[in-house]
Design a protein around this ligand. Sequence first.
Ligand code: ADE
Ligand code: ZN
Length: 346
Amino acid sequence: MSDNHLYESVAALPKIDLHRHLEGSIRVETLIEVARLYQIDLPESDVETLRPHVQIVKGDPRTWREFLGKFRVLRRFFQSPEVIKHITREVVIDAADDNVKYLELRFTPHALSRHIDCTYYDVVSWVCETVRAVEATHDIQVGLILSMNRHEELQIGEEILRTALEFHDCGIAGLDLAGQEPGYPAEPFRKVFLKAKEANLGVTIHAGEWAGPENVRRAVEHLGADRIGHGVRSADDPDLIEFLIERGVLLEICPTSNIQSGVVSEMSRHPLVELFKHNVRTTINTDDPAISNITLTDEIVHVVENTTLTVEDIKQQILTAAAGAFLPEDERAALVNRFETLLASS
Ligand code: ADE
Ligand code: ZN
């Protein structure tokens, strides 16, 4: 398949992204526009000089510190309810334009409320309301996941859980633990995630990304994770691979993010291939498309061009993503059905 043909056929595929951070999805061009519209001070005032502050560029160290550093800059933009709504709207429209028909978008209410005199409840209601408005005009369905950071206080996590429960029936589908994996175990957040699970919220934990496979097992055994953000280091441990298959744990793999943050040296060596071939439930996602300067289409094309995975394998992973959506059982079954039909004709 020629490069262009491959790109076009992947662009035309109906897709699912289960792992995308709102804060990491705002485009550089939009940052300039938003800063101008809402009088935000920028380190630079044009796209090319701003880019290295918020995006991984050639020559950047491939480390989690560098990667999270860009994420931190992006969070500074959320300085008013209008900015939050503006960015959320664009992020969902960008996904719809890329033929993402089901998106689970995660965000950190603590970070988004830092520069505004408001509660987590306010932030979540602005995001929810904006997402529902875009759903009414675009062919996309969006589930929302609330994130907390493992390197921040537990008390923030407890409050995020309370907020998630208040919104459970109107848009919040799950809870996520993100942030600095090295040096910050997930266990202090155990009670928060077990309570979330009891209340039928989906549980996803970033693990086995910037630290070893033991964190993946602990996220499942101690925090009840249904899904693991990344989990690529699972490939280092054959017993863990068996464990993930037995438990049906789904891995939200974000290949470009892994390369840019130094977890994987190059796409052709990405453990996604081995994990998929061992029948671990794997999916392809973007993580932070703005930091990585990619779309989900780009991400899939890079995988198909540089590994042994085929477009048919990708379709199988899209169905895996549908089956792993944080939705009530009947709605999840309907999503799987819809994707089986859509993918059969594409
Ligand atoms: N926040 C944004 N991107 C992240 C990642 N890849 N891992 C952990 N936390 C994050
Ligand atoms: Zn992530």
